[in-house]
Design a binder for this molecule. Structure first.
Ligand code: NAP
Length: 251
């Protein structure tokens, strides 16, 4: 299997894309630390059961990606128990659609805290042990929103552009220690977030028709590219952001 002997840590892993990534990495042979807000413990336990059913070890921790102390405690605990974190998937994210003119500062700050600063804090927490072991894979879940942006998503798109930029800069800052940093830019994936964002069946039908593959994404569609970026198959790929969008966006 692609990820035999590896340990991965996934943020925002209780549902949606993060849950499928966590289970998918386990199915490729990785032991997986699943983390999410404490309020998501019931869903997180279901993901744990799926990982254990795949025959892998699961570490289950409450983790808020905006809390530096929470991140440091959890990453230290997983590193000690598992012997190291080989793959970090920065997946946790929020989207509350609002037009920019109506956006309040608290909503702007909340999006940057989770979607951008969360990447910074989690990545900086995992890097010391990756640098010491001269290996590591960091995968940021950005968005095609970060390449273009659309009405009611300006603040969200700005955080995802930041994720793409952080990916490029981290790659250059840590590559000398054998660590790669890449991003996935999902298109419209039918999770809670994706459905809430689209709103109506009419919108789902419209965007399905726009997509080259004539459908929107399932969270499972994101798993293969993440497993590739977490594996030795992608040894010479770093600083890149890969669209996983069924052909809805081409740049
Ligand atoms: P989702 O179903 O809303 O799942 C996101 C998870 O992150 C939730 O469990 C959420 O918990 C958790 N989370 C929120 N704030 C957190 C925090 N401070 N610390 C830790 N976890 C936190 O969303 P999704 O669609 O799976 O999205 C996953 C990632 O893909 C996000 O980064 C998103 O921006 C990106 N993405 C999604 C789409 C799409 O169409 N769905 C497209 C492009 C990119 P709560 O439910 O308690 O908030």
């Amino acid at each position: 299997m692609l990820l035999d002997g590896k340990t991965a840590l996934v943020t925002g892993a209780s549902r949606g894309i993060g849950a499928e990534i966590a289970i998918g990495l386990a199915e490729q042979g990785a032991d997986v630390a699943i983390t999410d807000l404490a309020s998501q413990s019931v869903d997180l336990a279901k993901v744990q059961a799926a990982i254990e059913a795949a025959g892998r070890t699961c570490y289950n921790h409450a983790l808020d990606v905006t809390s530096k102390s929470s991140i440091e405690d959890v990453f230290a605990a997983v590193t000690e128990t598992a012997g190291g974190i080989d793959i970090l998937v920065n997946n946790a994210g929020i989207l509350v659609p609002k037009r920019l003119e109506e956006l309040d500062e608290a909503t702007w700050d909340a999006h940057f805290d989770v979607n951008a600063k969360g990447i910074l804090l989690c990545t900086n927490a995992v890097l010391p042990q990756m640098r010491a072991r001269k290996q590591g894979r960091i995968i940021n879940i950005a968005s095609i929103a970060g390449r273009q942006g659309s009405p009611t998503q300006g603040h969200y798109a700005a955080t995802k552009s930041t994720a793409i930029t952080l990916t490029r800069v981290y790659a250059q800052e840590v590559g000398m220690d054998g660590i790669t940093v890449n991003a996935i830019c999902p298109g419209i994936i039918l999770t809670e977030m994706g459905k809430e964002n689209l709103g109506s069946q009419e919108e789902i039908d419209h965007w399905s028709n726009v997509a080259a593959l004539k459908r929107l994404g399932d969270p499972k569609d994101v798993v293969g590219p993440v497993a590739f970026l977490g594996s030795d198959l992608s040894n010479f790929v770093t600083g890149q952001s890969i669209n996983v969008c069924g052909g809805i966006y081409f740049h």
